[in-house]
Design a protein around this ligand. Sequence first.
Ligand code: SF4
Length: 225
Amino acid sequence: MKYESLEEMNSQLISCTRCPRLVKFRVEVAGRRSRFLGEDFWSKPVPGFGNIDSRLLILGLAPAATGGNRTGRVFTGDKSASFLFSCLYEVGLSNKPDSVSRNDGLSVEYLYTTAVLKCVPPGDKPVNGELENCREYREFEIEYMKNLRVVLALGRIAFDTFKAYQKSRGFEVKDVVFKHGAGYRVGNTWLYASYHPSPRNVNTGRLTKEQLVEVLLHIKEKFLT
Ligand code: SF4
C-alpha cells in the first residue's frame, strides 16, 4: 500500500491540489454563503469518519459546501448529515441523533463513512476525471478496512464507483444495478443501494426516514450482530 496508516494518508489528503476546479471551488464557496459569514471554513479535502476496523462502510458522493467543506468532517453540519444521523441513531448505530461539528462528541462504533470524492464539486457533480484523481484515497480507505463486509452506497455515483472498483478487481457486476434497498454480493463484499439523503430527495419524498431506517436495520441484523 502507498501509505502505512490512515493517519498518513489523511495527512497527504488534506493538502491535495490535484483537481484545479475543485481546489478553487472549495475555497470560493465559503465566501458565498451569507448564513455562515465570519465563520472559518475548512475548505480542504475532507477525511472519512468513524471506525476503520468496522464491517460497514457508508459511502457518500462528496462533502457538502456548507457541511463537510465547512466543518472538516464528512456528513457533518448540513441537512443531509442531520437526516443520515437521525436514522443511524434510530437504529442504534450512532451515539447522537445529529452530526454538527468536529467536536460535537459524536461517535460511531460499527461503521466508517467517507465520500468517493474528497472535495466539494460545483452542483454536486464531479467532471473530467475528478473521481479518477481521487481514486487513490478512497481505495486506500476501502483496502484498509480489513473487516469490511458491507457497503451502503448513498446515491448512484457512490454505488457505481464501488461497483467499478470491484469490477477492476475481477469481480462480476453484470446484474448489479442501482435500486433503493437492493443488496448484491459482489466478490468478497455486499453492496447495498440507497437514495442519497439530500434535501432534494428528502423534500420531494423520494427518500423517507422509514425507507433509510429499513435498509440500515436490515444491514445491522445481517452483518453487524
Ligand atoms: S477531489 Fe480528491 S484528488 Fe481532487 S483535489 Fe480533492 S482530494 Fe485531491
